[in-house]
Design a protein around this ligand. Sequence first.
Ligand SMILES: O=C(O)C1=C[C@@H](OP(=O)(O)O)[C@@H](O)[C@H](O)C1
Ligand SMILES: C=C(OP(=O)(O)O)C(=O)O
Length: 427
Amino acid sequence: METLTLSPITSARGEVTLPGSKSLSNRILLLAALAKGQTTITNLLDSDDVSHMLSALTALGVNYQLSDDKQTCTLDGLGGTFAIDEAAVLYLGNAGTAVRPLTAALAASSGDFTITGEPRMYERPIGDLIDALRQLGADISYQKDDGFPPLLIKGKPLTGGEVSIKGNISSQYLTALLMVAPLFSGDTTINVDGELVSKPYIDITLDTMAKFGVSVANNNYQSFSVTGKQTYQSPGEIMVEGDASSASYFLAAAAIGGGPVKVHGTGSASIQGDAKFAEVLKQMGAEVTYSDMWIEVKGTGNLKGVDVDLNHIPDAAMTIATAALFAEGPTRIRNIYNWRVKETDRLAAMATELRKVGATVEEGDDYIYIEPPEHIQSAAIDTYNDHRMAMCFSLASFGDAEIVINDPKCTSKTFPTYFDEFARITK
Ligand SMILES: O=C(O)C1=C[C@@H](OP(=O)(O)O)[C@@H](O)[C@H](O)C1
Ligand SMILES: C=C(OP(=O)(O)O)C(=O)O
């Protein structure tokens, strides 16, 4: 296994141009494929999750051209759902933003489709989405364990109607249903059953749909009304915002290592919920300045622990867990049960690795409590094929000890060049 040794660092300073947002890249690619007209997408993310979506679109008969740097994509929309003659097998790695939305889109398309992925994808639940699609008449069967991929989808036109969906495990199920609903032949009312987690991702979905000409009536995130028999319309050209979750590591580095660090590509005008991550750093004592599309953080030399509900920013929340190593006093991150069903069981993984560097940690069912150590201990950090574990633990090198990151290339899921950028702004 490859490893990366990070020598102790003391400061972070500089500017970072963020790669495109994963959440936006995969939503825009799918809607561009379903839309009428040609779309040119700029600042597309070049990473594993996006290349899985692109290969799926190729297998589904979508024509597109990618620039040499893979950041510009010109795509000819189908003007409706997918239609293939021969059964297709789509390998989607561990990309939730490909698996969930494509499952819904294919259920309403023509053809037989099998969705496969990495072993971890077969442990990530999808039953709540399948239950909802089945209420609408979709023909989807589990190929291994009930409630999990791989899936066999026998696509057919769907008529819409009233449907309820659970939102307490992943917002991606609701996102998937919302994106396909305009293509049903009739109108649809989606009722969210119980709590809805990761709410700001629904705003990303609705905003992206609106850019492709479809509006949805949102009744306080409890129910959504979508008119059927619509066609997404290409906006012509569309730029992907910088990834706000990827920004979190650089901004936290500034809060710990003094800064200033400015990230370009997300800011106060951003549609991504993770742009609010900087507010947590502010609460911890950092100085934060925003413009529409950049964020700058300076450390004040006085970072304090916080007790926060971060259900709205589950990905960036992981960065607070490692930033907490450098705060005065303990930090508690609450309402993050669904960390357990992401790239790995992130509550267990985070607790184990934080303990390795010397923190005292309590792992709750849906929270993590972290008491920072007096001194960070040198450790080899296991990353569990989880890009965010690798990126978060780069921050541990602000202690006075060497940190080894096992399998650093797992950042390729969303940020292949992460460690180069981190090295560039730290010393
Ligand atoms: O819709 C999206 O783009 C995402 C939603 C979130 O997942 P959950 O809704 O499962 O929390 C987030 O963790 C994931 O990285 C991306
Ligand atoms: C949870 C994540 O990914 P996915 O889109 O696969 O759910 C993530 O990127 O942290």
